[in-house]
Write a protein that binds this ligand. Structure first.
Ligand SMILES: [Zn+2]
Length: 941
């Protein structure tokens, strides 16, 4: 009966399980980290190191996190942990954006559901409900972010609604007061009738909208050219309700215009035979169709020849008796309409600028609720939009009046892209309102911001042009909102002079009150308290709140500057690429306006999350992936793996197939760690050997470690986690699992414990584990910790997150050796292919039953000098020569010059290691063992 040698073989031993079971194991690790206060230990370990400050862009506290926010936070966490690994003090203070319309809107909705209006409660009570709402979601999101493994000062996060933040925001506004950058202007702004507030660029979405369009005659009152006497200039507009606000008509200097006499009018045409109209030449054919008329051209001229012409408003007899001059406008084209643009300075940006440039009155026509003011003739009280956002009765009334006065030429409808509110989805209007602005030109803000962009590192570099072109062309920053939930623009205006009160002492008193009681103080305190010995009756207290982008644009001031454990400016801002017009932008303007430079040294942007087909995620498509579901089903490490396995510089795709792929990649990494741990059981310092004495195979693995160690550092510094992860994964799958582990299994299991080959292999496994677990730490923060604890024990100070990347001796690098082994592995690939074929055809069972005869070019033979090919190929015997291969030898098309013939290995099978060797049977003490195994069993007694 054969002896059972299983107990004499060193099979791997580890408590590190094969199955990740992450949904169960991760919460236990989180508990451990909380118990040992890992974040504080990190700070202590990193004390005195160079600081790396990734300043958190605050998510908005009004709902559960979604995959986009999860991606952002995980990427930030990987950056921070990698920077820690590089030897920096990477402290992370998470934050939240808490003020603003979306929360206010939610609370108002709750009121409406209870048939209440927010105007029925004191503003301070309304603000408190908004605050409670934000505080609730801050807590929910905090728990969700922590579950993703994100580490930071979660016990002391920042929020834009903390009293200290509100006070600092007031101080920041005060800086613009004192330096003259803040001014009150009257300007058309994008206005939501539904929400009754001005909206910022970032709050506007474009959707298709059907507008009523009209062609209207403006008869010439005082022609600059005699032939224009008695003619009418024709305009086209998609917003007839702006016609009461009309004060001018714009033409293009270089556009060719024609004077046309109507000689025929088709059925239903509102043109009159014999009347003379002025339109752009290029538009004439289209207009003859549209207006159903036939005409003859009486004369042609350039737009500039119209200078000095004055026309009349079509409702001149009914309260609109002012002059309507023709003015040159650079924005006018002859691509659509009539080549003339009706100018309502209160209802458009171009209109306003043209009006200001020519000293034209900017009329106040439409009130905040979307109705015409009482002083507007004919139309007072009519609605542009109803309070629910549906088109009101203004268009109809204006068109009817103009038709009645004989001004209407045609009426139609047009489906076009039109601005809407991102929140209520209601169409917006341009409306002239008094607003507070930060000037782009005062104090050379635009110039400073452009200079700061040049001094910032943009990752990827395309971001630089994106933000630069925005800053180059942007108008002054409208920072006022007519809402309640936010930081008030806490300033006073002298009622007599209209001047802004500029007094640092007043600003300081306001900020001090906010620091004590929050910004509610602006609503509750006696203004006397702020004004000192001035008479409150002489001052208007401004009750607008500041744009939330100003709040978040000031986070650098109340987080980076005030916390002693952080630095200003930040090393890095990291958000989605839409923040070029959001947070990166507002932070840049705020800091350049108050401190003369950007609050960041570098800005990194990532793409958005799409489904597997590259579509946006939406509830209606049913393709959304909730991070909470992935975490509950597969674990946070799978999600983290997805983040680094994707190329974040582009949009990231996710779905069931992609997650399955990540789970497979995870299993490979986990198995690698497990193999290492299992084969390192009992490894101690005494067993370690010097690199110089190791077999070449071990030195090759050390060479790869050195290569990879340098790559990981480079990639961590460049935030290139995609390349880093690909390299680590390939190292585990190709270099280790499919090669080194496979080859060394025999030595690890069967060599005697003190055999130099086994000691060298275990020394290398120890170094591989040490490198790999730290490389994986920033990414698989749970699994790497689990492996670390399995190897090093779970004393409170034991954590992979308290160490840095392993120092890999660069002396291990040996390019010649690397090249040699690249060649040997090519050769091995041919042998493996040949053995697989033999196995598939059932000619052999295990590769150890085979002997291989390799016929190869001289370069391969030279590379194999001194290498035991049977060992590398996991066969029992083998030969290598340059003799020409026999017909039918196995070859691979991509490895030229190598052919293999497989035969049965001579001899008997060793019952312990299963190699087939002639020596088996020749040893008297162990007739069923090979020499090596007999020796190993003997040592074990
Ligand atoms: Zn053996």
């Amino acid at each position: 009966m054969a002896t059972d040698y299983r107990s004499t073989v060193f099979l791997p031993q580890t408590d590190f399980p094969m199955r990740g079971d992450l949904p169960k194991r991760e919460p236990a690790l989180l508990e451990r980290w909380a118990k040992i206060d890992l974040w504080r230990r990190q700070r202590a370990v990193a004390e005195g190191r160079p600081k790396f400050v990734l300043h958190d862009g605050p998510p908005y506290a009004n709902g559960n996190i979604h995959l986009g926010t999860a991606l952002n936070k995980i990427l930030k966490d990987v950056v921070n942990r990698a920077q820690s690994m590089l030897g920096k003090d990477a402290n992370y203070v998470p934050g939240w954006d808490c003020h603003g319309l979306p929360i206010e809107w939610k609370i108002e909705e709750q009121y409406r559901a209870r048939k209440k209006s927010k105007d029925e409660v004191p503003v301070v009570q309304f603000r408190k409900e908004c605050r409670d709402f934000a505080a609730h979601w801050l807590d929910v999101q905090r728990a969700e972010f922590k579950r993703l493994g994100v580490i930071g000062d979660w016990d002391h996060p920042y929020s834009t609604m903390s009293f200290a933040a509100e006070a600092q925001i007031a101080r920041e506004i005060g800086k613009f007061v004192m330096n003259g950058g803040l001014y009150r202007g009257s300007k058309p702004v994008m206005w939501s009738v539904v929400e009754q507030t001005a909206l910022a660029e970032a709050e506007i979405e474009y959707h298709d909208h059907t507008s009523t369009t009209v062609f209207v005659r403006f008869s010439v009152a005082r022609p600059a050219r005699p032939e224009l006497a008695g003619a009418s200039v024709v305009i086209w507009t998609t917003t007839p309700w702006t016609l009461p606000g009309n004060r001018a008509i714009a033409y293009g200097d270089e556009i060719e215009y024609v004077l046309v006499e109507v000689i025929s009018a088709g059925e239903g045409s509102q043109a009159r035979v014999g009347e003379k109209l002025v339109v752009a030449l290029k538009r004439l054919p289209a207009l003859e169709q549209e207006l159903k008329l036939g005409g003859v051209v009486l004369g042609a001229f350039r737009g500039r020849d119209l200078a000095g012409t004055v026309s009349r408003h079509p409702l001149r007899e009914r309260g609109y008796g002012f002059d309507v001059p023709l003015l040159p406008g650079g924005f006018v084209t002859d691509e659509d309409g009539t080549g003339f643009v009706h100018i309502a300075p209160g209802h458009g940006a171009d209109d306003w600028e043209l009006g200001i440039a020519h000293g034209i009155e900017v009329p106040q026509t439409v009130a905040g609720d979307g109705t015409y003011f009482p002083h507007v003739p004919l139309f007072a009280g009519k609605h542009v939009y109803w309070p629910n956002g549906k088109a009101g009765d203004a268009n109809g009334a204006v068109i009817a009046a103009i038709a009645e006065a004989g001004g209407l030429l045609s009426q139609g409808r047009l489906l076009h892209s039109y601005p809407h509110s991102w929140r209520s989805k209601a169409p917006l209007i341009f409306r002239n309102t008094p607003q507070w602005f930060i000037s782009m030109e005062t104090n050379r803000l635009r110039e400073k911001a452009l200079a700061a962009i040049s001094e910032t590192r943009w990752i990827p570099p395309q971001g630089e042009n994106r933000i630069r072109s925005m800053i180059e062309t942007r108008p002054d920053w409208v920072i006022s909102r007519q809402r309640a939930w936010g930081v008030p623009i806490a300033v006073f205006v002298d009622k007599k002079t209209g001047e802004l009160l500029r007094d640092q002492a007043v600003i300081d008193r306001i900020a001090a009150a906010f620091e004590r009681e929050g910004a509610d103080a602006w609503y509750t305190a006696d203004p006397r308290q702020f004004l000192g010995d001035r008479d409150p009756a002489d001052y208007e207290q401004v009750m607008d709140i500041v744009d939330v982008w100003f709040d978040s644009g000031s986070t650098h001031a109340f987080v980076l500057e005030t916390r002693s454990d952080l630095t200003w400016p930040a090393s890095l801002y990291l958000e989605g690429s839409d923040q070029h017009r959001g947070w990166f932008h507002s932070s840049l303007l705020e800091a350049c306006g108050t401190r003369g430079r950007a609050p960041y040294d570098a800005v990194l942007t990532h793409g958005f999350v799409l489904d597997e087909q590259g579509r946006k995620m939406s509830k209606s498509l049913g393709n959304t992936v909730a991070p909470q579901d992935v975490v509950a089903r597969s674990g946070a490490d799978i999600l983290r793996l997805w983040v680094v396995a994707s190329d974040y510089t582009e949009d990231l795709r996710i779905g069931p197939e992609i997650l399955k792929y990540q789970a497979d990649a995870y299993r490979r990494l986990r198995n690698t760690l497990r193999y290492l741990l299992g084969n390192l059981a009992g490894f101690g310092e005494a067993e370690r050997v010097e690199a110089g004495t190791m077999p070449e195979l071990e030195r090759f693995v050390l060479h790869r470690l050195a290569e990879l160690g340098a790559l990981v550092r480079r990639a961590a510094e460049a935030y290139d986690f995609h390349s880093m992860f690909t390299a680590i994964h390939n190292f585990c799958a190709v270099d280790l699992s499919a090669f080194y582990f496979d080859v060394r299994k025999d030595a690890l299991y069967c060599d005697r414990p003190d055999a130099p080959r086994r000691r060298a292999a275990r020394t290398v496994l120890d170094r591989v584990f040490d490198c790999l677990v730290r490389w994986l730490g920033p990414v698989l923060c749970f699994t790497a910790e689990e492996a670390w604890l399995s190897r090093h024990g779970d004393a409170p100070e034991s954590s992979v997150h308290l160490v840095t990347y392993a120092e890999v001796p660069q002396a291990w690098r040996d390019e010649a050796l690397g090249e040699k082994w690249r060649r040997l592995r090519d050769l091995r690939r041919v042998v493996t292919g040949a053995l697989e074929l033999e196995r598939a055809q059932k000619r052999i069972g295990s590769s150890l039953q085979a002997s291989v005869a390799i016929h190869a070019d001289a370069a391969y033979v030279a590379a194999a000098a001194g290498v035991d090919l049977a060992e590398i190929c996991i066969t029992s015997d083998g030969t290598l020569d340059t003799a020409p291969p026999p017909a039918g030898a196995f070859a691979l098309p991509d490895v030229a010059g190598v052919a293999v013939v497989v035969s049965e290995a001579p001899g008997e099978k060793c019952q312990r290691c299963w190699r087939v060797l002639p020596e088996v049977g020749s040893l008297a003490a162990h007739p069923d063992l090979c020499r090596r195994c007999a020796d190993a069993v003997g040592v074990q007694g």
